[in-house]
Design a protein around this ligand. Structure first.
Ligand SMILES: NC(=O)c1ccc[n+]([C@@H]2O[C@H](COP(=O)([O-])OP(=O)(O)OC[C@H]3O[C@@H](n4cnc5c(N)ncnc54)[C@H](O)[C@@H]3O)[C@@H](O)[C@H]2O)c1
Length: 304
């Protein structure tokens, strides 16, 4: 089979470990030249170099650029080093992040800010830099290829009682990516979101850790390598017509999210005037009857 990529240049944030690593390896295996961004800490540095070595050993091209994905100066340096080394940027995969789980009533400002910063701001600065680069190239008539892939989470869909910082940031990432998809459509740049599930450092502790463990035999549904092919697909020419979409991906499944549906409006039964409490109660009771339960106690995923 022909390679998906003809030397296109892909940046993946947080690509030393976990999902980002598998995404970088898969993109490189399909012919992309990859830039591995990792935070500049000893273990992350080592992990980034190992990912790059693995790619090179398999005949691919890889560059490591250390730096905080949410820092404007580091993100600018990431662009500069990518362009200086490979001469272009075609695929931007925002992936990096970490957790600081707490309930809403127990969370500190620092726990909230740091998680929103690394995920939402981390997506923002790199999305801004990549889209500005592609827009400028398009205006000069030189844009050949642009793909943006964001990483959200099913925590957005099911609520996440222990992750108010993370769930909010991941919801913001979808909103931001949808806006980028609208703006970049005219330049032929696609922007999509994945919601992965995988066994990584992020999920190997806590109440759901056992669920992610590899089985003794058979297919490991939560191997992060199961997520990477969808990222390569969305980054590839085959998916040029797919943009503004959200995908759940894990194991042998890819699910496409429907857009949120607004039900028919309740009209004021008292006519065209400001709602009275009695009017609201009468009207909304047709939807929320006494047996209606919209919120259940507990975690976002079922735990036996
Ligand atoms: N694993 C899952 O089941 C799951 C589910 C939903 C969403 N996600 C998302 O997938 C993405 C990857 O997570 P993972 O599970 O592979 O976790 P992971 O911890 O294995 O990988 C995250 C990587 O990001 C790097 N990183 C952290 N802060 C950084 C920073 N400031 N700058 C650059 N790099 C930084 C880490 O060093 C690490 O290598 C995250 O955005 C995560 O929220 C994961």
């Amino acid at each position: 089979m022909a390679e998906l990529f003809d030397g296109q240049v892909a940046v993946i944030t947080g690509a030393g470990r976990g999902l980002g690593k598998e995404e970088a390896v898969d993109l490189a295996a399909h012919g992309a030249r990859v830039v591995i961004n990792e935070v500049d800490l000893p273990a992350a540095r080592e992990a980034a170099e190992e990912t790059a070595e693995q790619i090179r050993a398999d005949g691919g091209e890889a560059l490591v650029v250390l730096g905080d994905c949410a820092d404007s100066t580091d993100a600018a340096a990431l662009m500069e080093q990518t362009l200086a080394t490979f001469g272009d940027l075609n695929i931007m995969v925002n992936n990096a992040g970490f957790l600081r789980d707490k309930t809403i009533f127990g969370m500190s400002d620092e726990e909230f800010d740091s998680v929103v910063r690394v995920h939402l701001r981390g997506h923002f600065v790199n999305m801004r830099n990549a889209t500005a680069y592609w827009r400028n190239k398009a205006k000069a008539g030189e844009l050949e290829y642009g793909r943006l892939i964001s990483t959200s989470s099913e925590a957005v869909l099911y609520g996440s009682a222990g992750q108010p910082n993370y769930a909010a940031a991941k919801a913001g990432i979808i909103a931001m990516t949808m806006g980028a998809a609208q703006l970049m459509q005219r330049y032929g740049v696609s922007c999509n979101v994945i919601m992965p599930r995988a066994e990584t450092d992020m999920t190997n502790s806590g109440p759901t850790a056992d669920m992610f463990k590899a089985p003794e035999t058979g297919f490991h549904y939560f191997d992060p390598a199961n997520v990477a092919p969808l990222v390569s697909y969305l980054a590839s020419p085959n998916a040029s017509h797919i943009s503004g979409e959200v995908f759940i991906v894990w194991g042998d499944e890819v699910s496409v999210l429907e857009r949120p549906k607004v039900l028919p409006a309740h009209k004021n039964p008292e006519g065209a005037q400001t709602w009275s409490q009695a009017g609201l109660h009468k009207s909304l009771s047709t939807h929320f009857d006494q047996d209606y339960r919209s919120v259940r106690d507990g975690f976002s995923m079922p735990i036996d």
